[in-house]
Ligand binder design. Structure first.
Ligand SMILES: [Fe+2]
Length: 227
């Protein structure tokens, strides 16, 4: 896929504004994956380029989708085959701070550094089988658990609050808001999370914190094992 000059320029601007933020606020795992992946700062990377690092690391592969906002079912079908869908849409200049639709900056910059990490890939691999064997009600709960962990979760590192979710990592507006203390935080438990809907068109009103990736995995497993 060829990218326009404008798409590359938006990527460059987003990358430049997020770099100091992720250095300060992102969790260690993300930064480790980010350094390993070596995303370019001045243009949108091709998927061949990112797959050269991603595929040998965890077996996951980034695959382009032309669907703007994928429905959960086809998305989890791809997930079950270790295919991570990357949209072909890039946000516009007036959406630099916040975009309700996941765009290729979110998908690549927010998610892919995590996907090169075996511990994180294992966590992601729990979702699709649970989703695919669930009924509609349970699927809604799984979507919320994913939303408040891999998209908007926060993690404690040596007592410090760090950003874990890809939705925060790729959104300077919401990341600043959260890290300035603008959002109430609660412990990530299934019971706490399921009462909250995903906030797609606004910032989240409450977010959830876990002690470690293993603690998150344990909490998810506690629910997924009942399905
Ligand atoms: Fe996402």
């Amino acid at each position: 896929m060829q990218f326009s000059q404008e798409q590359n320029a938006v990527w460059e601007a987003l990358y430049a504004r997020q770099l100091p933020r992720i250095r300060r606020h992102a969790c260690r795992g993300y930064l480790e994956g980010f350094n390993f992946l070596g995303l370019p700062g001045d243009r949108v990377p091709s998927l061949d380029e990112v797959n050269r690092r991603l595929v040998p690391s965890t077996g996951w592969r980034a695959v382009r989708t032309h669907v703007r906002y994928s429905d959960a079912a086809p998305w989890y079908d791809a997930f079950a085959r270790k295919r991570f869908l990357i949209t072909d849409y890039m946000r516009t200049w007036d959406e630099l701070d916040f975009t309700p639709e996941p765009d290729m900056f979110h998908d690549i910059f927010g998610h892919l550094p995590f996907m090169v990490l075996p511990a994180y890939a294992r966590l992601q691999e729990m979702f699709a089988p649970a989703f695919l064997r669930s009924d509609a009600c349970q699927r809604e709960i799984i979507k919320r658990l994913a939303w408040f962990s891999t998209e908007f979760g926060l993690i404690l590192e040596d007592g410090d609050l760090k950003v874990f979710g890809a939705g925060l990592i790729s959104s300077s507006g919401e990341m600043d808001h959260v890290m300035a203390g603008g959002v109430p935080l609660r412990p990530f438990t299934v019971e706490n999370v399921i009462g909250y809907e995903k906030a797609i068109y606004s910032f989240n009103e409450v977010l959830f914190v876990f002690e470690s990736i293993e603690a998150l995995e344990g909490e998810l497993r506690r629910y997924f094992d009942t399905l």
